[in-house]
Design a protein around this ligand. Structure first.
Ligand SMILES: [Zn+2]
Length: 382
C-alpha cells in the first residue's frame, strides 16, 4: 500500500516541522497528542495494519514505527531545549536587583551629633592649616601630668578626679614600649614611681608633649579624642570628648590665640560672633585664659527681643566655651632637645569640650543624653 507509506512519511515531515517550530512546552504537549495520541492519524494507521494485505503489513508497520520513534525523540529533544530556555527567561524576568532601594527605602541612619560636631571643628581647624592627631586614651602619668607641669604632689593634680589604671595591668613589654616612646630617642628612661602610673587621660593635652617629641617647631596640631574624669551630672560625664589645639612657632603671641579662637568660634556658632578672654589658671599655660563666645541666641544682648532674659547665656550675653593660654616655658623644658627653646619659640594651646559645644548649639539640656543610645533623642539631629 504505497498510499499508506507515503502518508506516513508526509505525517512524519509535517510533525517534524511543527515540533521544530513549537514556541513552548505547552504547544509541544498538544503536538504530542495530535501526532502520537490515541486519536492520531499515525496511531490509526498502525492500528489498521492487521487489515492490510499481508504483503504490505511489514512495510507499513516498519515505516510507521520508524516515524513514531523519530517523532518521540524529536519531541524529547525539543522539550529539553524549550525547558532550558524557559528556565533562563523566567530567571531573567524574576531576577531581583538587590542594589535597588527598598520600598519604602530603609532608613540608613546618620552620624552621632558628637561625631558631627567634632568633625565640624576639625574641618575649621584644618582650614586654618592645622593637622589632626589622635593619641592614646590610656596614658602614662608622665604625659598626662608631669610633662604638663603638674609635678608629683602639685595641687592641680587634685583638681581633676582621675581614673588610675592598676600598675599591674600594664605588662612589662607595654611599659617598656611606652618608656621608649616617652624617650623618643629609643633609649631607656630611668624609672621613677610616677612614670609607672597609668591613667585614663583626663584631657587630650598629653598629645601636646607627644606631638612636640615627634616634630620640631613650627607645629600646628589639633587633638580630638575621648577623655575620662570621675564626674557625673547634667553637664559632666565620666567620658567626654575634647578637642585640644597646639601652635608653636617663632613670634606667636596671645593675639594669635585670640584670632584663632575667633575664627574657630565663628565657624561653629556663626559669622557674627565675637570672642573674649578672661584671666584664669592652668598649670601648663602662662598666662592662662578662659574664653567665651558672644551669645548666638540673644546676639550678646542678654535679653531676647520680647524682653525675656536669655536662657542660653543666662542673661550675661557671653557663653564660656573653653580654656587656653600661652604654653608654659616649663612644658617646653620637657622637649627642649627637640628644638623647643622658650627663648626662640612661643606657642599657645586651647581646649574645648565637644559635648558642651553640641549642647549649646542644639539646645540639649543634659550631656548624659548623648550616651543613652535613645533613638528618640539621637534621631532629632539628622
Ligand atoms: Zn544669650
Amino acid at each position: 500500500m504505497a498510499d499508506a507509506t507515503e502518508r506516513i512519511s508526509q505525517i512524519g515531515k509535517e510533525a517534524a516541522d511543527s515540533i521544530a517550530a513549537a514556541p513552548g512546552t505547552a504547544e509541544l504537549k498538544e503536538l504530542r497528542v495530535r501526532y502520537l495520541g490515541r486519536k492520531a492519524e499515525l496511531t490509526a494507521i498502525l492500528r489498521g495494519i492487521a487489515e492490510l494485505p499481508p504483503d504490505q503489513r511489514g512495510v507499513v508497520g516498519k515505516s510507521g514505527n520508524e516515524v513514531r520513534r523519530r517523532l518521540e525523540s524529536l519531541l524529547e529533544e525539543r522539550a529539553a531545549e524549550l525547558e532550558s530556555s524557559e528556565l533562563e527567561s523566567s530567571l531573567a524576568e524574576g531576577a531581583v536587583d538587590v542594589t535597588l532601594p527598598g520600598s519604602p527605602a530603609h532608613p540608613v541612619g546618620h552620624l552621632h551629633l558628637i561625631t558631627r560636631t567634632r568633625r565640624q571643628i576639625e574641618d575649621i581647624m584644618v582650614g586654618l592649616g592645622y593637622t589632626v592627631l589622635e593619641g592614646p586614651e590610656v596614658e602614662l602619668d608622665y604625659y598626662n601630668f608631669t610633662a604638663l607641669n603638674h609635678p608629683p604632689g602639685h595641687p592641680a593634680r587634685m583638681s581633676q578626679d582621675t581614673f588610675y589604671v592598676a600598675p599591674g595591668s600594664l605588662t612589662k613589654a607595654a611599659l617598656s614600649a611606652a618608656r621608649e616612646a616617652a624617650d623618643g630617642a629609643g633609649e631607656e628612661v630611668a624609672a621613677t614611681p610616677d612614670e609607672e602610673l597609668v591613667v585614663l587621660r583626663t584631657h587630650t593635652s598629653p598629645m601636646q608633649v607627644r606631638a612636640m617629641e615627634a616634630q620640631e617647631p613650627p607645629i600646628f596640631v589639633i587633638v580630638p579624642g575621648k577623655v575620662y574624669r570621675r564626674d557625673s551630672d547634667a553637664t559632666h560625664s565620666p567620658m567626654f570628648t575634647q578637642v585640644e589645639g597646639l601652635a608653636v612657632a617663632e613670634d606667636i603671641t596671645l593675639a594669635d590665640l585670640q584670632g584663632t579662637l575667633l575664627e574657630m568660634l565663628r565657624g561653629i556658632f556663626g559669622p557674627g560672633r565675637e570672642a573674649r578672654m578672661r584671666p584664669h589658671y592652668f598649670p601648663f599655660t602662662e598666662p592662662s585664659v578662659e574664653f567665651d563666645v558672644s551669645c548666638f541666641a540673644c546676639d550678646g544682648a542678654g535679653t531676647l527681643p520680647d524682653g525675656d532674659r536669655c536662657g542660653i547665656c543666662k542673661g550675661v550675653g557671653w557663653i564660656e566655651v573653653g580654656g587656653a593660654g600661652m604654653v608654659d616655658p616649663n612644658v617646653f623644658g620637657f622637649v627642649s632637645d627637640k628644638g623647643y627653646d622658650p627663648e626662640r619659640v612661643q606657642g599657645f594651646a586651647f581646649g574645648i569640650g565637644v559635648e558642651r559645644i553640641a549642647m549649646l548649639r542644639y539646645g540639649v539640656p543634659d550631656l548624659r543624653r548623648f550616651f543613652d543610645n535613645d533613638l528618640r533623642m539621637l534621631e532629632q539631629f539628622t
